[in-house]
Design a protein around this ligand. Structure first.
Ligand code: ADP
Ligand code: MG
Length: 620
């Protein structure tokens, strides 16, 4: 940093003026940011309070310090070393630049500022004491390189303001939050926060984001994040976001965003992150996100808000798209079914080779069965018999061979599962977890290649598979199958009124529905994925569910239609599955882009790692 000087009138007029000292936490923020700007490697924040208020704030750093001449100048209004002309406002890289904080703080408290300039010839440090803006004393003292500033009796001379201060615990929580945010934004700096002389929080300044996150939120939390990295384009985006299904909250409290190292809040970028999740995010939930965005400093205006928490981006939309894409890519690169580590997996493979072979034979067998499911065709009895046989062959010897309800459920399941089975029967390229068994008729317990326990929700999993395939078919314009005889449908007035618009969207999903009379509509084609979707009741449900959407966005409506279709046509919970069916479902799931969640954003699979199990069993 250069010499401190007073800004000229013109520059001052360009600065968004405002109050920076509202409360103890804002004092902490300004002092810590000054220490960061001074290139400190270690910053110690020490807070003392009595029952009614924060009494003393001490911030010590090992940064560049100031010279004896500059020490008193630093406390003058508009005295800064960080900018000198209006032009400097574009392209600011320091956290401070207004030259107001020290002056404002010193005006309402008792400050002791001690600083020794790095590599200066002067043997001693300078110390200035200022009470209520008045210089009390300026002396030389012995002190190490860097700066210590002590702020006492905040608002002692402004009783009205003092009254507005919240309880000590509220103030402390703001201070903790503030320091955590700054520490997360500046991982190369080690932070220590003391309260009443006791250490409350510490980061190590390793520079690594996961280390800082682990310091603030714990290692278990940090493990459930996945890295985001996007370079090139107008914005570089790096950081970490929640794994789908992990660390979700109903409020965006764990959203840490920096733009060019400045921590900021931005509703639009928050939204961009959520868009990156798409269907991986449960409704109304927010992931944790820790993202650094680097853009051309000329594209960001930090000079819009006195506390600098809000910034204006000249290319906000482009930056938003970059963030969304970065998050999307990160989420879809991540594999819940992690690739097998070569050696141990090979060994394991051999052990289960035999079992696999039989499974494969069974799998092949299923392809001998005619794919036809519509019961009106001539091969009805034939297909029914072979299907029945096939289903029965999956049952274990102890299987419920004479329990008709189970038998018919299995057949139904078989039909549902086949809707999404690939014609080629090719093995998925992704690693498929090994099925251990079914739990509560609803979940599949499996072991992935890392030896972790994976629990899969069969309905959510199949829904995800179906949803992805439907979208694929829609993209290829192969969603529709024509009915031999159209079905007629009587709709309510309101539903009927929405049909001219809605039918355009339904066409894309595979439903060709045309007017047939007063509130009567003819269904000429249904989605190819399943003829059950030609059921009048199902169609009616889909229309009822989407007609009311006030959404003008046809893409959203289509999405909703597709989700509803997917939900209707897939395996439900509380349905017994054979081992072979479970294996096939997991194969299908492994082939999807987003095996972690169903289209509604609920998780499809939970992974219980060795560490998680150990923690649950309190083994350490
Ligand atoms: P700003 O940060 O906007 O420049 P401040 O009032 O916060 O204004 O600080 C005024 C000046 O005092 C800074 O520009 C800087 O030169 C100096 N200063 C403040 N705190 C420190 C510190 N911890 N280490 C070194 N210099 C500091
Ligand atoms: Mg400052």
């Amino acid at each position: 940093m250069g010499r401190i000087h007073l800004l000229d009138e013109e520059t001052i007029n360009h600065i968004a003026a405002g109050e920076v000292v509202e409360r103890a936490a804002s004092v902490v923020k300004e002092l810590v940011e000054n220490a960061v700007d001074a290139k400190a490697a270690k910053i110690i924040i020490d807070i003392t309070a009595d029952a009614s208020a924060v009494k003393r704030i001490t911030v010590t750093d090992d940064g560049v310090g100031v010279s004896a001449e500059d020490a008193a100048l630093a406390f003058r209004q508009h005295a800064t070393s960080k900018i000198s002309a209006p032009d400097d406002l574009a392209g600011i890289v320091t956290l401070g630049f207004r030259g107001e904080a020290l002056a404002s703080i010193a005006a309402v408290s008792k400050v002791t500022f001690t600083s020794k300039e790095r590599e200066s010839a002067a043997p001693e440090a300078v110390q200035v004491v200022i009470h209520g803006g008045e210089l009390i004393r300026r002396t030389s003292v012995g002190a190490p390189e860097g700066t210590t500033i002590i702020v006492e009796d905040l608002f002692y001379n402004t009783p009205a303001r003092r009254k507005f201060q919240r309880s000590v615990s509220t103030e402390l929580s703001h201070i903790y939050d503030m320091v955590e945010r700054i520490a997360l934004a500046h991982r190369e700096v080690a932070f220590v926060l003391l309260y009443q002389g006791k250490e409350r929080f510490r980061t190590y300044g390793t520079g690594a984001y996961p280390d800082a996150i682990a310091s603030v939120f714990g290692t278990a939390f940090a493990r459930d994040l996945i890295p985001v990295e996007k370079t090139g384009g107008i914005a570089e985006v790096r950081g970490y976001v929640s794994k789908p299904g992990c660390n979700m909250r109903p409020t965006p409290t764990r959203f840490y965003l920096t733009i060019n190292s400045r921590q900021v809040t931005s509703k639009s970028l928050q939204w961009a992150v959520r868009e990156g999740y798409g269907t991986l995010l449960p409704k109304g939930m927010y992931p944790a996100a820790f993202l650094d965005i680097i853009i051309d400093p000329r594209d960001v205006d930090v000079n819009v808000h006195p506390t600098k928490r809000e910034v204006r981006l000249s290319r906000e939309r482009d930056v938003g798209s970059a963030v969304r894409d970065a998050v999307y890519t990160a989420l879809h690169d991540d594999e819940i079914f992690t690739a097998a580590p070569a050696v141990p997996a090979a060994k394991q493979q051999k052990l289960i080779a035999d079992e696999e072979k039989t499974a494969e034979q069974k799998h092949e067998k299923t392809y001998e069965i005619p794919k036809e499911e519509a019961p009106k065709t001539t091969s009805f009895t034939e297909s029914k018999r072979s299907l029945h046989e096939a289903v029965m062959s999956y049952l274990s010897p102890a299987g419920a061979s004479d329990k008709t309800p189970i038998r018919s459920t299995l057949r139904q399941t078989e039909i549902q599962l086949r809707r999404t089975e690939s014609e080629t029967g090719a093995k998925p390229t992704a690693e498929v977890p090994e099925v251990l068994g079914q739990i509560a008729g609803t979940y599949i317990a499996a072991r992935n290649a890392n030896g972790e326990l994976v629990i899969i929700d069969q309905h959510a999993a199949h829904e995800r598979v179906m949803y992805d395939q439907l979208l694929q078919k829609i993209a290829e314009k192969k969603a529709s199958q024509e009915l031999l005889t159209p079905i007629t449908l009587t709709l309510s007035r309101a539903e009927s009124a929405s049909m001219p618009e809605l039918s355009k969207t339904l066409v894309q999903a595979g439903y060709v529905i045309e007017p047939f009379g007063q509130d009567v509509w003819a269904v000429r084609s249904v989605p190819v994925i399943s003829s059950t979707l030609g059921d009048v009741k199902v169609i009616h449900e889909i229309i009822a569910e989407t007609a009311g959407i006030s959404e003008k966005n046809p893409e959203r409506v289509l999405d909703r239609v597709v989700k509803t279709i997917a939900c209707r046509a897939v395996i439900k919970g509380n349905t017994p599955l054979t081992r072979n069916q479970m294996e096939r479902l997991l194969c299908q799931l492994a082939e999807t882009n987003s095996p972690h969640t169903c289209p509604h954003g609920r998780p499809t699979a939970l992974v219980l790692s060795k560490e998680k199990l150990a923690a649950m069993f309190l083994r350490t």
